[in-house]
Design a protein around this ligand. Structure first.
Ligand code: AMP
Ligand code: MG
Length: 352
């Protein structure tokens, strides 16, 4: 299949481009589009054949559920029952925006969209292109991140093109996304609301609205991912993994730098090339290896925005290993470390 690549104004999307993309969605075909979090791969959420095309294009396991995107709060009632008071409170406070809620699904939502579950994940994105596409198509749009399964989520159209060219009908290129990490997911289908995936809307922010929320455990408490049952089906799969094995190095900054420098020297002696993922503050302390800063430690949003791009840049080089510094786990830092731990397959080395 030939994939049409079309640029689109991310602030005031051109109506004719949206119309053409919406035709594909109405036809049951796939369109990749920018959202405020990462690029999504969209299809009509209420048509099983359309959803199934997403799984085929991404190589995504069929029991890994999709998020359904809506463009008005009332659409909650089309696909969820009941719609609890908590959902409306959160919608009023955080929608449109990077928050996904899990609710009990209505009959009309096919199991192909929910990975076989009786619940459905729902988000109202704020990106004008996403909103216009949903509105113009008249559909609700199932859209996971527009990457090949197991690769870092795409933060620009170029990443989507790399992964999915020839497998989908159209890519809308609205430039780089704003946030760069996937939405926060909160499960409201259970007695006690629980954060299943941390993101820009933090557990603290959710608590301000709901009072009680079971927050994602900070990475230090959770140990290896395999050691406990996945809370959400999709979580048992490795995500965001760069090609070269990645290890996070933990400890005081000085010790971390020393350890990574020693590792770099050892790899060099063996004739191997490594990548080093660090911050603006520490980048000057390394010599050997491909050194990449993901931003200043003082600017969490910048780090979140750059993480996936840098992981993909490492993938373009033939590296034998990647070593990374660790980052704060307060606020958005929790989401950043959650993704980094997944990318590293939970490999942590204590600096000495
Ligand atoms: P992605 O759109 O690729 O960022 O992934 C969507 C993720 O949302 C899945 O991998 C699941 O972890 C989660 N998810 C979607 N639907 C449900 C659901 N009904 N119950 C629990 N988790 C869900
Ligand atoms: Mg994804």
């Amino acid at each position: 299949m030939e994939t049409i690549l079309e640029t689109i104004d991310p602030v005031n999307p051109e109506a004719d481009v949206i119309r053409r993309a919406a035709e594909f969605i109405k036809n049951g075909d796939l369109v990749a589009f920018p959202t405020e979090t990462v690029y999504g791969l969209g299809a009509d959420a209420l048509r099983p054949e359309a959803s199934q095309k997403i799984y085929a294009a991404k190589g995504r396991p069929s029991d890994n559920p999709l998020i359904v995107h809506i463009a008005q709060i009332e659409d909650l009632y089309r696909i969820a029952d009941p719609v609890p008071e908590e959902a409306l409170l959160l919608a009023k406070r955080f929608w449109p925006g990077p928050l996904t809620m899990i609710l009990h699904k209505k009959e009309c939502v096919p199991k192909q969209t929910t990975g076989g579950l009786n619940t459905v994940a729902i988000r109202f994105p704020s990106h004008p292109v996403a909103r216009e596409l949903i509105r113009q198509s008249g559909c609700l749009i199932a859209a996971p991140s527009a990457n090949t399964s197991g690769r870092p989520s795409p933060t620009c159209a170029e990443h989507v093109h790399r992964d999915l060219d020839g497998r989908i009908a159209m890519i809308l290129d609205g430039g780089e996304v704003g946030l760069g990490l996937e939405s926060t997911i909160i499960d409201l289908s259970v007695d006690r609301p629980a954060v299943l995936r941390p993101g820009f809307i933090t557990a603290e922010m959710l608590k301000e609205v709901l009072g009680d929320v079971d927050g994602e455990k900070p990475f230090a408490e959770t140990g290896h991912e395999d050691s406990h049952a996945p809370k959400a089906p999709g979580m048992k799969y490795t995500h965001y993994a760069p090609k070269a094995p990645m290890t996070l190095v933990r400890g005081e900054q000085e010790a971390v730098i020393r350890t990574i420098r020693q590792l770099a020297a050892k790899h060099r002696e063996k004739g191997e090339r490594i990548g080093i993922l660090c911050s603006d503050e520490t980048a000057g302390s390394y010599e050997d290896g491909l050194i990449k800063s993901i931003g200043s430690r003082a600017a969490e949003a910048e780090i979140a925005h750059n993480l996936y791009r840098v992981l993909r840049e490492f993938d373009e080089q033939d590296l034998d290993a990647i070593y990374s510094e660790m980052f704060d786990t307060a606020g958005v830092g929790q989401a950043i470390m959650n993704r980094m731990l997944k990318a590293a397959g939970h490999r942590i080395l204590d600096a000495d």
